[in-house]
Ligand binder design. Structure first.
Ligand code: SDX
Length: 426
């Protein structure tokens, strides 16, 4: 295959270098296109546009493949701990025993959050959405750690702080909404057990972490850990490309994730399934509403994906885990059966088949979160805790590559030059 593609426009020919990745993905490099031809490209939603080269995560949307640094999501979800996967994403290799002990140990020692951050948190309305408080408080960390923007590149310390403190901050929302005293982390617990302790233990009785729940949480966090250049990760990279500090960049990613078309979908899915259940459980009615979205405005949350035009491999793992976890916990959630019925109906409907719409990571995750006792409005917070190492890894890669500030072009379609008209003459 030639190393160049040829573009012919207005009688001139331009050579566009061809870039081929390690998984045989191909791209046309248009870095010089405007300088040479005066043309830019335009691609609403970046459906055909690569923002960068990355060695972190590989997706094959047609085959339903997801690999982190070359390891399959199936392998990692079955065999690794979340912090092993976090280390892998951020530093490129699975940690040795010593590396893991140092990494995990450092995280354990940074789980306490400055009491000043808690004071800020207590200024929020009691029933604030946890994503509103999470994005705000993560951004506030840059005020508590000014060396994060004073040009001292000690991002590893900030990486540890973020991984360590996000679960602590997340648990505050639940405890405050419940009117319960907030818990401090316990350094003798592993990452997932510590989060469950902070969420659910009460000073009035001994709290034992259920290993089934901790294991399910570990799997869910791994499945959410990275997903190449999705909306929130692209946001983190773009904000970081201006040399903004890590806390500000991650806070921007949390805000992008909150959108119902992105990470906010996991909350929307459960609310949608609850609405179907309350409406008698007739999934065909909702399939029809989704097919007539232009008039009904209804969308089947948890379905469809920009990249996956086959099953989202994470959805397959979560669906299997949902059956196992609910059975082990003795939870009978009718919403699970409605979800399966909806999936079955959609996968046999021409509208969805023609558009290659399959269940995505958000379709079943909320059913497990609910069985673990996580409230619905914290589902996207759980997504953020899982995605944090991916955001950090991508931010670190962008900085290490010294990528230029992200600044897309546009095609102007507004009014051409015109004279100012004084207000008395308008
Ligand atoms: C995540 O990018 C990532 O990797 C994201 C993520 C990650 O890990 O970071 O995987 C996490 O965000 C998963 C997606 C969660 N969102 C949802 O479940 C919301 C519902 N899904 C859709 O809104 C939609 O599928 C998107 C946003 C996920 C993808 O949108 P696209 O790629 O822009 O596709 P589109 O909106 O152009 O849809 C193509 C067609 C349209 O029909 P036509 O106009 O061609 O007739 O499919 C239809 C859409 O109307 N369609 C749906 C649908 N999703 C797309 N119809 C009904 N229900 C849906 N869910």
């Amino acid at each position: 295959m030639s190393d160049f593609a040829e573009l012919s426009v207005e009688g001139k020919k331009y050579q566009l270098p061809i870039v081929v990745g390690t998984e045989a993905e191909k791209a046309l490099d248009i870095n010089k296109l405007r300088d040479e031809s005066g043309y830019i490209t335009i691609d609403s939603g970046y459906k055909n546009t690569g923002a960068t080269k990355s060695a972190i995560t590989f997706l094959d949307g047609e085959k339903g493949i997801l690999n982190y640094r070359g390891y399959s999501i199936e392998d990692l979800a079955a065999k690794a701990t979340f912090l092993e996967v976090a280390y892998l994403l951020i530093y490129g290799e699975l940690p040795t025993t010593e590396q893991y002990a140092e990494f995990e140990g450092a995280i354990r020692r940074h789980t306490i959050v400055n009491e000043g951050v808690r004071t800020i948190f207590e200024g929020f309305p009691v029933n604030s959405h946890p994503m509103a408080t999470l994005s705000s408080l993560v951004s506030s960390l840059s005020a508590f750690y000014p060396d994060s923007y004073e040009g001292k590149d000690n991002s590893d310390r900030h990486i540890i702080r973020l991984l360590a403190k996000l679960p602590t901050i997340a648990s505050w929302s639940y405890k405050r909404a419940m009117g319960h005293p907030m818990n401090y982390p316990k350094n003798d617990l592993d990452y997932c057990s510590n989060f469950l302790h902070m969420m659910f233990s009460l000073p009035v009785e001994k709290y034992e972490v259920d290993p089934v729940v901790a294991s399910a949480l570990n799997t869910l966090l791994i499945l959410h850990a990275d997903h190449e250049q999705n909306c929130s990760t692209s946001t983190v990279r773009l904000v970081g490309s201006s040399q903004a500090n890590l806390y500000s960049s991650i806070s921007a990613g949390i805000s992008a994730l909150w959108g119902p078309l992105h990470g906010g979908a996991n909350q929307e899915v459960i609310e949608m399934l609850e609405a179907i259940k309350a409406d008698g459980g007739d999934v065909s009615k909702y399939i029809d509403m989704a097919k007539n979205a232009k008039t009904t405005g209804f969308r089947l949350f948890g379905f469809g994906h920009r990249v996956y035009k086959n099953f989202d491999p994470r959805a397959k793992i979560i669906k299997k885990a949902a059956d196992e976890v609910l059975a082990k916990l003795g939870v009978n959630d009718p919403v699970l059966e409605i979800a399966k019925g909806l999936e079955e109906a959609a996968l046999n409907d021409e509208y969805f088949v023609a558009r290659k719409l399959y269940p995505n990571v958000d379709f079943y995750s909320g059913i497990i979160y609910r069985a673990l006792g996580i409230p619905t409005n914290m589902f996207t917070v759980m997504f953020a805790i899982g995605r944090l190492p991916g955001w950090i890894a991508q931010w670190k890669e962008m900085r290490a590559a010294k990528e230029p500030i992200g600044r897309p072009r546009q095609i102007y379609t507004g009014a051409t030059l015109r004279e100012f008209v004084p207000i008395e003459n308008r």
